[in-house]
Design a protein around this ligand. Sequence first.
Ligand SMILES: *[C@@H]1O[C@H](CO)[C@@H](O)[C@H](O)[C@H]1NC(C)=O
Ligand SMILES: *[C@@H]1O[C@H](CO)[C@@H](O)[C@H](O)[C@H]1NC(C)=O
Ligand SMILES: *[C@@H]1O[C@H](CO)[C@@H](O)[C@H](O)[C@H]1NC(C)=O
Ligand SMILES: *[C@@H]1O[C@H](CO)[C@@H](O)[C@H](O)[C@H]1NC(C)=O
Ligand SMILES: *[C@@H]1O[C@H](CO)[C@@H](O)[C@H](O)[C@H]1NC(C)=O
Ligand SMILES: *[C@@H]1O[C@H](CO)[C@@H](O)[C@H](O)[C@H]1NC(C)=O
Length: 422
Amino acid sequence: MGLTFRLVITAAFAATVLGASRDTFNLKPFKIDLSEGLPHLKALVNNTWLPDQALYPAAGVDKGIELDTLRDKLRTEWVTTFDWGKQEAELNQLDHFTAEIEGQVVHFVHQKSEASDAIPVILLHGWPGSFQEFLPVIEPLTQPLFNATSGKNVSFNVVVPSLPGFVFSSPPPQNSTVDDTARIFNTLMSEVLGYSTYAVHGTDWGSGVAYSLYSSFNETVRAAHFAFLPFTPPTAQDIADNNITLSDAQKVTLQRNAEWSTIGNGYFLEQTTKPNDIGLALYDNPVGQLAWIGGKFKLWSDPRAGSPPSVLDNTAILTSVSLYYLTHSFLSSVWIYAQNPNGFHTVYTPAPTDAPLLFSQYEYNLGLWPEEYVAKVGNLVSYKATDNERLVHDFGGHFAGLDNPPALIEDIRNVANYFPGI
Ligand SMILES: *[C@@H]1O[C@H](CO)[C@@H](O)[C@H](O)[C@H]1NC(C)=O
Ligand SMILES: *[C@@H]1O[C@H](CO)[C@@H](O)[C@H](O)[C@H]1NC(C)=O
Ligand SMILES: *[C@@H]1O[C@H](CO)[C@@H](O)[C@H](O)[C@H]1NC(C)=O
Ligand SMILES: *[C@@H]1O[C@H](CO)[C@@H](O)[C@H](O)[C@H]1NC(C)=O
Ligand SMILES: *[C@@H]1O[C@H](CO)[C@@H](O)[C@H](O)[C@H]1NC(C)=O
Ligand SMILES: *[C@@H]1O[C@H](CO)[C@@H](O)[C@H](O)[C@H]1NC(C)=O
């Protein structure tokens, strides 16, 4: 009788605690269904006026996306062969949820490993990406892989949130910064999902959020991997002044950064200074969003994008733009630039943490961060690439999750070699 009583109390207590947590964050399973907007999208895409021929055919991609790429390839595929329903079904194979944190709706994928000792890891995307840019790496990271040398069986519980204002996450307050996003995501990992410690991976704006998590939550964030850093990359002059010798592959990346800084950052100034102009101009203009976003996917990826190991093909680009358009989130996505005018730190200072930091450089990324620089901002334990002599992954660009998924999977799995208790 006493035993029964205690069990009843325990069950009631557990129900209260779990109930309280669910009620507090309103955690709910989520399915993507954007079919309602599809006829409008298709009609607009099909009926958009575009020139019969390029104004200046010799201008080249330096002057922005080329007409034949936009009109004959991407636009034509969007109207004819692209199957949103198929893409949506693929995205829905993942376990999606929403939660309410600090009054904001946060959408996230939470794909759990079957292993009880899986490492929790949060993967953070940027602009113009979304959770979709990690699609190829999510399921593989949940699979246990035995390392005979260490005797460890490594797998991950993978969390991929949509940044505030991106696709299914609600727009944040106007004064919100990446530090607020970091606090919200730490609540997601620690309180909503109950992970006492976890690892982070970040790229683009997601690296800003990841670095804020790494710096500000040094008890819960116990390892961080970056494919991009929220620090202004050194110029050729800085590198020379510091007597750093670059490999040929690193020189390619340095050149990409020089081009970004001189002829590639118009979108950056626009979105930082007048987000409403571009945001409203393209709000209901899917072909416009395709030109603005698709041009970045084309320019910022490996020139071999779309051929193995890259899966960053036109279908991936159209899926990404469809997500932005159909969720009406292009406007709120570009605001992240205006909300974080100092998103790139100029002074390299160490984060107050002893958690290990890992970094991977992809050859066709937009910034080069030599090891000497990365070592200044945290407890650098791994500056890794497939070919360590070249100090870069020699395939892949700004969207590593799509452009070289096997390499990114390996990079993130490497976190296990440094994550405490595993
Ligand atoms: C696109 O527009 C053309 C010309 O108006 C029309 O013939 C065609 O059926 C439309 N295609 C789709 C998929 O709506
Ligand atoms: C690794 O973990 C998986 C899932 O827990 C298990 O099925 C498998 O037997 C383990 N492998 C080894 C070598 O321990
Ligand atoms: C396996 O473990 C060893 C020893 O910890 C480590 O050096 C090696 O990098 C690991 N291999 C992989 C693929 O993580
Ligand atoms: C940001 O704006 C909100 C109102 O939306 C206000 O309550 C809050 O105090 C502001 N925060 C800062 C840091 O200014
Ligand atoms: C670079 O090398 C030059 C010549 O050896 C030396 O004078 C200078 O102090 C070095 N700079 C740094 C930052 O190490
Ligand atoms: C964590 O951050 C706090 C506040 O900045 C600092 O006092 C503490 O030393 C840090 N812990 C580690 C292990 O670096």
